[in-house]
Ligand binder design. Structure first.
Ligand SMILES: Nc1ncnc2c1ncn2[C@@H]1O[C@H](COP(=O)(O)OP(=O)(O)OP(=O)(O)O)[C@@H](O)[C@H]1O
Ligand SMILES: [Mg+2]
Length: 358
């Protein structure tokens, strides 16, 4: 049975750019899929197709059992979306924004009011609740946008870089909220550039690049595929680098990497903790003074670098820093509130079912 989010052969082109080039996804109900990839890989495009904000050129997608092209309005009633760029109404207060979303979803005024209070509290926005969001910081807007996506508890949620711009404490809190949601049965597709976030939250990970899925599996599976453990040693004095290199070369399974300025040596190994003990004994015998030594397993960052050829952090720094106002996305919904929540009332011509029938 296909999962709560299912896609087959999705293609979306923008002129010469194949933003999605045959993407397949299958996210079982009640699980989290982490969609990773460098800037411009096609993550946001995938989210927008799956949330009915964009029509695919070809392929099929079914969300919560409903075809996104054939029944976009029905899909919207069953999903929540927090887009990559926080979309809140600048002229309303935080509280008013949340109440408005509740009312768009046909909550009673009383229920919408109570839900707003609850969400403002959970997202640390109570003190700022009655200020217009124009005066909010980037992280506050982001939190309000996420709160808006949770006004109703839809069975399927999409979050495009939910914690970009959040400080560590707010990020941790959001992780907690996400874990609760998923424990309650919500299915979530999340994109992120913070690989520890995917490691922490995602049951499955899908890495895309140039619109194609280049790897998928659990974090552990991807790490295992990237290649094994390594031993890292930091020696106390520079003149100890050479004897240490000799020792590591004898135990290692590959080239010894040396970072002179940090006095750190790294070598790939197999044999784990037992080998580490032997290396420590040998270095001790040779009188090498060690500042730090450890067995390191590959991180998701290592996986990302080996798959895409560059680091997520690097991609983030060098990538397009443009916001939603850059004008390069003519198909973006005109009304920011609809982007925040995929409210049922969204009227986006690109998803008109009649359009798709042409
Ligand atoms: N509306 C649009 N018009 C033209 N090109 C677009 C449009 N939307 C996306 N693209 C292009 O499609 C490709 C994929 O973009 P997308 O926004 O999906 O990437 P992303 O993986 O979300 O990147 P990031 O990490 O920077 O958010 C890019 O080359 C982008 O320039
Ligand atoms: Mg994006």
């Amino acid at each position: 049975m296909p999962g709560a989010i299912y896609a087959e052969g999705l293609v979306k082109t923008f002129g010469d750019v194949r933003a999605l080039d045959g993407v397949d996804l299958d996210v079982p109900e009640g699980t989290v899929l982490g969609l990773l990839g460098p800037n411009g890989a096609g993550k946001t495009t995938a989210v927008r197709v799956l949330t009915t904000l964009l029509q695919p050129d070809s392929g099929r997608a079914v969300v919560a059992g409903i075809d996104v092209v054939k029944n976009p309005n029905e899909v919207r009633r069953n999903i929540g979306l927090s887009g990559q760029f926080a979309a809140v109404d600048e002229y309303l207060t935080g509280r008013e924004n949340l109440r408005m979303v509740g009312q768009l979803y046909q909550q009673s005024a009383r229920a919408a009011k109570a839900r707003a209070v609850e969400l403002l509290e959970r997202f640390n926005l109570t003190d700022a609740a009655d200020r217009t969001t124009k005066t909010y910081s980037g992280g506050m807007r982001r939190r309000l946008d996420l709160a808006a996506a949770l006004v109703v508890s839809p069975p399927v949620m999409f979050m495009d870089e939910p914690t970009t711009g959040l400080d560590p404490r707010n990020r941790q809190q959001l992780w907690g909220i996400i874990e609760e949601l998923v424990a309650g049965g919500t299915t979530l597709l999340l994109t992120t550039q913070y690989l520890e976030e995917a490691d922490h939250l995602a049951h499955d990970i899908c890495v895309i690049d140039h619109g194609q899925v280049i790897a998928r599996g659990t974090a552990d599976e991807l790490k295992a595929r990237t290649g094994g453990e390594r031993v890292e040693v930091v020696v106390h004095e520079r003149d100890q680098i050479t004897p240490t290199r000799d020792v590591l070369a004898g135990f290692g399974k590959g080239e010894v990497m040396v970072a002179e300025h940090t006095r750190k040596l790294t070598v790939p190994v197999t044999g784990g903790a037992k080998l580490l003990a032997e290396i420590i004994r040998e270095l001790d015998t040779r009188g090498v003074e060690i500042d730090d030594i450890g067995l390191r397993r590959p991180t998701l960052d290592d996986v990302f670098i080996s798959l895409t050829g560059h680091a997520a952090e690097e991609a983030r720094e060098n990538g397009e820093g443009g916001g939603p106002a850059s004008g390069e996305r003519p198909d973006a919904p005109a009304d920011p509130a609809t982007a925040a929540t995929a409210a049922p009332a969204t009227d986006d011509t690109t998803t008109d079912p009649k359009e798709s029938a042409k």
